[in-house]
Design a protein around this ligand. Structure first.
Ligand code: SF4
Ligand code: SF4
Length: 153
């Protein structure tokens, strides 16, 4: 999850994930922050649930990672989305830009690359803004299971 970067070429309209260069790949992230929420897995059913609790580096006010360049030093299990693992990351939200492009659905009109900034995404309640809570104040993760990260497409 990265910050919004400006770009002039609408590369997402004609390139597949495999055709994107590293800068385009990074720019594709909408910065919603939903993938940075903690998840829990039911011991019996092995079903995965999202919680409203953010990773310790997630800025819950805007969905940004507060230390993106060095995130693996502080959060070793942070997942880097790549071409090789995108198909196996079935827990990613349906609204995730990588999932949408991978499934041939294109970007949503609220995506910052189309809307110009993150305001429309926040206004439509796609991101974690005003919903995620700090893990230092959360207590038990299982007390914070929520469905909203998986609702928006
Ligand atoms: S370190 Fe945490 S906040 Fe940063 S990208 Fe990874 S999961 Fe998201
Ligand atoms: S869910 Fe996808 S688009 Fe949203 S922050 Fe995570 S990687 Fe970026």
């Amino acid at each position: 999850m990265s910050k919004v970067k400006k770009t002039t070429e609408k590369f997402w309209e004609h390139k597949t994930l495999a055709q994107m260069n590293p800068q385009e790949w990074e720019a594709l992230c909408d910065g919603c922050g939903k993938c940075c929420l903690h998840k829990v897995i039911d011991d019996e059913t092995e079903e995965l649930y999202y919680t409203e609790v953010g990773c310790k580096l997630l800025d819950c006010r805007n969905g940004n990672c507060s230390n993106y360049p060095q995130r693996f030093e502080f959060v070793p299990d942070c997942t880097k989305i790549t071409l090789d693992n995108i198909d196996s990351l079935t827990w990613l939200p349906k609204s995730c830009a990588y999932v949408r492009i991978n499934e041939g659905r294109g970007l949503a009109s609220w995506h910052p690359l189309i809307a110009g900034d993150k305001r429309k995404m926040h206004k439509k309640h796609i991101s974690v803004q005003d919903k995620a809570i700090d893990e230092r104040q959360a207590g038990e993760l299982q007390d914070h299971i929520v469905m909203w990260p998986l609702l928006d497409r």
